[in-house]
Ligand binder design. Structure first.
Ligand code: MN
Length: 269
């Protein structure tokens, strides 16, 4: 999906062989675990610079640059480039624009601040093409993704007089849609588009004893705090967790905690 980004082909998932990095930058990673095993290996001996905007960041770096007011870490990168006197090229602008576009949900989330729009305008002036980038990011979905979305949305349940909605993605659905779990990414936002909803939860069956949840909140519930109950984290409006339980057990646990959280945030009038 992001293969169109300038420099994408240079990205490697493993560190180059025989190289002992002295300095490692982390971007947009709320904790060290989120960055995968390979990174943890090389990061053992290196100075770690942790650049992030998650308020729940675990501050795992030797140097921690955390700005929860940044809509996207790309904006922090822009500030760093400005600070150190590096010009932003048109290819850099395209990548930074994608960071802003995706982290603001296509400039729709509450974090779409004047600063986010001004930074986006600056990047567009430098050479990022908003129409082209939006097409590449939002209009290149494979059929399998929509098939999976349809199967998952068919399991949707709405509870608490429309305050809570949830749905499931099971391994059986992945097989039926011929899709990968990564293709379930947009389903939570479809759930979250129901009028009057306060909390949306998507349960993803990774294995028989591992279930991932994605949570979106539009009401008084802090999604990051809710997910923290299950060892996860994120933002107030968008968070997630990995739970070492079967789908059925995870659903029971998380729904109970979610209903408590909704009632605690604002009791029914
Ligand atoms: Mn981010």
């Amino acid at each position: 999906m992001y293969g169109f980004l300038p420099g994408f082909e240079d990205i490697q998932s493993d560190p180059p062989h025989g190289v002992e990095p002295q300095l490692v930058f982390f971007f947009d990673s709320g904790n060290l675990e989120r960055s995968g095993n390979a990174v943890r290996k090389i990061a053992e001996h290196a100075t770690i610079v942790n650049v992030d905007h998650h308020p729940s960041n675990s501050r795992f770096g030797d140097i921690n640059l955390i700005d929860p007011n940044a809509s996207a870490v790309g904006q922090m990168v822009m500030e760093m480039l400005d600070h150190f006197g590096y010009a932003i090229t048109s290819t850099m602008a395209a990548n930074l624009y994608v960071a802003l576009l995706t982290d603001t949900g296509g400039f729709r989330h509450e974090n779409t601040t004047p600063r986010a729009l001004e930074d986006a305008a600056r990047l567009a002036r430098i050479g990022a093409d908003p129409g082209h980038i939006a097409t590449q990011v939002y209009k290149m979905r494979p059929e399998t993704t929509l098939k999976l979305s349809g199967l998952a949305l068919a399991t949707m349940r709405v509870e608490m007089d429309g305050r809570l909605a949830w749905a499931k993605v099971t391994r059986r659905m992945l097989k039926e849609a011929n899709a990968a779990m990564a293709e379930s990414e947009g389903i939570i936002d479809t759930l979250n588009s129901i009028a009057g909803l306060e909390l949306a939860i998507l349960f993803k069956e990774v294995s028989s004893d591992l279930t991932k949840i994605s949570v979106r909140s539009r009401g008084g519930v802090d999604a990051a705090a809710l997910c923290a109950q299950f060892g996860g984290g994120g933002h107030i409006r968008a968070a997630g967790a990995e739970i070492d339980k079967s789908m059925d057990d995870a659903v029971k646990l998380v729904l109970a905690a979610s209903k408590d959280a909704i009632l605690a945030a604002s009791p029914p009038s």
